[in-house]
Ligand binder design. Structure first.
Ligand SMILES: [Zn+2]
Length: 499
């Protein structure tokens, strides 16, 4: 959709940047994906239809389902959007490339565009591997959130000819269609590289949304700032508002109860301060809208208040329905951020998040109350710009919301220590006091400690070439032994923690 070049250009305009995460209830298997898709086609992207390549001219070479003729050209819309002043990036959305061939499972949205039914889960790209044409998954599949387990027929790749032959007979016996499993998890970047330790060190399992993690803590000039991670300033209080024209989920009468439970649970995490606005439902007209992201920024929150807008019932008709079997995209959310980026006390650099939104599909009430609430919390934690945590059933922010927890109704809707550690690192790093005993700071490392009140040490050695900094709000007490070797750097400052 966008090269580094166009990003750089945009940063000189009134620039607004948002990254969304999408949660999918997977279909039972590849056959059900076929059954629930309005159109299934194979073809080639011939050209872009807009200036930024988020709408694509797609030449149909084979049509397996739906009234789309062979050799016709249809417009495929990506979920990501770009205009001269906005860049809305959707995690898990495939960026179609001109000249590439794809097999697509599609629906038609409210504006008449064709869209992949389940973002990357409904897109196969034809590539050559070991001298053979296969229909492969793109790496974007790694960015989707799933509720529950995914059948293996939906993952991996297929032999292109065999799979298309099976589709022609409307029969996908998937192993006969040349299915090959593939472990994408080895390709995934799970960690942000930060060279610092002590109170500045990010827990290794945490990742943040927006931007290239490798740019964290490297530079903060304007063009690179657009690629930095984002977060709200610490101590920001966020209010939840529900748009008046999208305040009813027709599939449940309990949507407000679920929202209240989610907010109450989130407020128990140190560093998060969030409440329901009074009144909760406020004016925001979504009538005739084409994207919730655009409505949020232009109509609901034009003044960048620290607000998270919530929309029920897919108000802009951007998603395929979940019925009849409760699968499809169930919810999505995002956060707007602004440049320039800011540098915190640890030297980490962030775009400043300014507001967020989430929206839920119609029929989301097919989830249990526990699942519905857990989903809202998961999306809201994305709004705080926490990204997925690797693993299965170890955190609410696992890419797959844990299925077994639904049965057990575990406390706090599945929030675990791993989730809390990441939020605390992002929003609550200031410890009251720090006691450092029997510690050797080694050469070549930079270590920093920040506290609201005191830092006390006993038996500390700072080796040659080490760089150590203590900042405390009231006092620093260095008890014996405290040894600084020649060539080491030590700074001690009275300065309250503001992380
Ligand atoms: Zn997610």
């Amino acid at each position: 959709m966008c090269s580094r070049g166009c990003l750089t250009l945009l940063t000189f305009l009134s620039f607004c940047n948002v990254n969304l995460a999408t949660t999918i209830i997977p279909p039972k298997d590849i056959n059900e994906l076929f059954q629930h898709s309005e159109f299934v086609v194979f073809g080639e992207v011939k050209a872009h239809h807009d200036d930024f390549g988020t709408i694509n001219k797609f030449r149909v070479l084979e049509s397996f389902k739906g009234a789309v003729n062979k050799n016709s050209t249809i417009l495929i819309k990506e979920a990501s959007t770009q205009t001269a002043s906005e860049w809305l990036s959707v995690s898990g959305d495939v960026n179609f490339a001109i000249g590439e061939k794809y097999l697509l499972f599609l629906f038609k949205d409210g504006k008449g565009y064709y869209r992949p039914r389940l973002q990357a889960l409904s897109v196969f790209q034809e590539i050559e591997k070991d001298g053979e044409l296969i229909l492969a998954r793109t790496e974007k599949i790694l960015d989707l959130c799933f509720m529950g387990d995914i059948d293996e027929s939906l993952l991996g790749s297929y032999k292109s000819n065999q799979f298309r032959q099976q589709l022609k007979s409307n029969k996908i016996a998937y192993k006969k269609a040349g299915f090959k499993s593939f472990d994408y998890s080895t390709n995934r970047i799970q960690q942000i590289a930060v060279n610092k330790t002590s109170s500045c060190a990010i827990p290794a399992h945490c990742t943040t949304l927006i931007g290239d993690p490798f740019n964290l803590n490297t530079f903060c000039n304007i063009s690179a700032g657009a690629l930095s991670p984002a977060k709200y300033p610490s101590n920001t209080h966020l209010e939840i508002k529900v748009a008046n024209t999208a305040s009813d989920d027709p599939s449940t009468s309990l949507e407000f109860t679920y929202l209240e439970d989610a907010i109450q649970t989130l407020n128990n995490i140190d560093g998060i301060s969030i409440s329901l606005a009074s009144p909760l439902v406020q004016d925001c007209n979504t009538t005739g809208c084409s994207e919730v992201a655009t409505v949020t920024n232009n109509i609901c929150n034009p003044n960048d208040l620290p607000v998270i807008w919530v929309y029920f019932d897919d108000p802009c008709d951007e998603l395929a329905d979940l019925s009849p079997s409760c699968n499809g995209i169930v919810g999505t959310g995002g956060t707007f951020a602004k440049i320039p980026c800011i540098t915190d006390q640890c030297g980490n650099q962030w775009l400043e998040a300014k507001s967020s939104y989430i929206f839920l599909n119609s029929d989301a009430g097919c989830l249990s109350g526990y699942q519905y609430t857990a989903l809202i919390i998961h999306e809201l934690l994305h709004s705080y710009n926490l990204d997925h945590i690797g693993g299965s059933c170890t955190a609410l922010m696992n890419g797959s919301l844990c299925n077994s927890d639904f049965v057990n109704n575990v406390p706090d809707f599945g929030i675990r220590n791993l989730d809390v550690e990441c939020i605390e690192w992002m929003y609550n790093q200031c410890r009251d006091n720090e006691q450092i005993n029997n510690t050797t700071f080694q050469g070549g490392n930079a270590d920093q400690y920040f506290t609201v009140n005191e830092i006390t040490t006993t038996d500390v050695i700072i080796e040659s070439n080490a760089d150590v900094r203590f900042e405390a709000g009231t006092f620093i007490q260095l008890n014996p032994e405290f040894e600084i070797e020649a060539g080491a750097i030590f700074n001690g400052l009275i300065n309250g923690c503001t992380l």
